[in-house]
Ligand binder design. Sequence first.
Ligand SMILES: NC(=O)c1ccc[n+]([C@@H]2O[C@H](COP(=O)([O-])OP(=O)(O)OC[C@H]3O[C@@H](n4cnc5c(N)ncnc54)[C@H](O)[C@@H]3O)[C@@H](O)[C@H]2O)c1
Length: 423
Amino acid sequence: MAFARVGILGLGYVGLPLAVALAAHRPVVGFDIDARRIAELERGHDRTREVSDAALARVATHLTVSTDPNSLRGCDVFIATVPTPIDADRKPDLSALEAASRTIGRVLAPGAVVVFESTVYPGVTEGPCAMWIAEESGLQAGRDYHLGYSPERVNPGDGNHGLTAITKVVAAQTEDVAARLAALYGEINGGNIHTAPSIRIAEAAKAIENAQRDINIAFINEVAMVLHAADIPVHDVLAAARTKWNFLPFVPGLVGGHCIGVDPYYLATWAQSLGHEPVTILAGRQTNEAMAGFFADQIAVQLAPGASVLVLGASFKENIGDLRNSKALDVTAALAAKGFTVDCFDPLADAEALRRLLGRAPLAALPPDRPYDALVLAVAHQAFSTLDAAALAPCVAPGGLIADIKGLWRGRVLPQGRRYWTL
Ligand SMILES: NC(=O)c1ccc[n+]([C@@H]2O[C@H](COP(=O)([O-])OP(=O)(O)OC[C@H]3O[C@@H](n4cnc5c(N)ncnc54)[C@H](O)[C@@H]3O)[C@@H](O)[C@H]2O)c1
């Protein structure tokens, strides 16, 4: 039986595109606790730029957004896409998941299906989430209603791997519910569904996907540090190594954000709860966590005390404005802590959010009013890849340093009389 009305909890990077895609087929209610977010969506605009104003307008009659949990009443499937961050001790912070589960519990009717998309470790959906729902509703999962899990894999800023283009993994407590979920999600991606045998398997699959990526990047980062100490350009080494058929094409860099830099801690905490010390997973994290300091140190030794620095890019990765857990901002902070005067420019980040994080106003545009002693390329936004010598010259004074963390301008003709540094 097809679902009639979908309720989505959390309208962020994951939830909004999903709500919009599903609303092309059936009524969708989007609930978020952030009144500013709901207000902007009601005005027909998505600040994260994942959904265009035109796409929002197209589904306006089918998509209702609200901060009122009662708007979710009457939905026969609920999908939670709320954040699952880590706390100050790098342990899973399930508080948003608890709040969303309790919200669902208060509006849940028997026979409904509750799906979690938030990244978790195995057992969270059928353990704590089911418990929180039961405490509010008195309903038992698997008897009065059913649980499902469908990990989210979208890659914001990556036009090739959006919601409709990638395989969606679904799992549920029964085969029948899994088939209904496969049909629901299949409507938005042409039936490109992998049904996992159990919720715990789907939860585990998501947890290891990002941890695998983290560890691979950590290896390349470690290699980069070693090669740099030996004065061997890592990018040239990688270009040569990549000619082997099974060499994995990872590149060194900053690993931040809310997924790759966070999810391995979920896997690690879960491993520890089982009595296994996750040495490899945590070693990868340690290496990647150290990279911002490594880059700041490498740049600092090339600068005079008190030098002025302009950092290009503040988001956690290229071509998006998302500032969560951004290691580019860690580089900025580390340079400021060393006594340099550091400004920042990011054409995609929300200026107000960036100002709050920096503690000073970011640059509004390039070129700056005056050239800096150093220009640091921290995020490989497309907008930066096209900067040529003429565009860079007003940014960095003659004799100044161009530090290219990402290796974006390697082999490029740069303004004369400036020093160039990359790995
Ligand atoms: N962004 C990605 O690329 C991505 C990719 C794969 C998986 N994920 C996972 O998906 C989940 C959501 O990530 P996101 O990037 O969309 O987060 P986000 O911060 O962009 O959005 C989450 C939204 O949930 C809202 N929210 C918080 N608590 C709530 C509650 N109790 N009830 C209703 N709404 C609530 C927030 O206000 C916010 O608008 C996380 O578990 C994340 O790890 C994200």
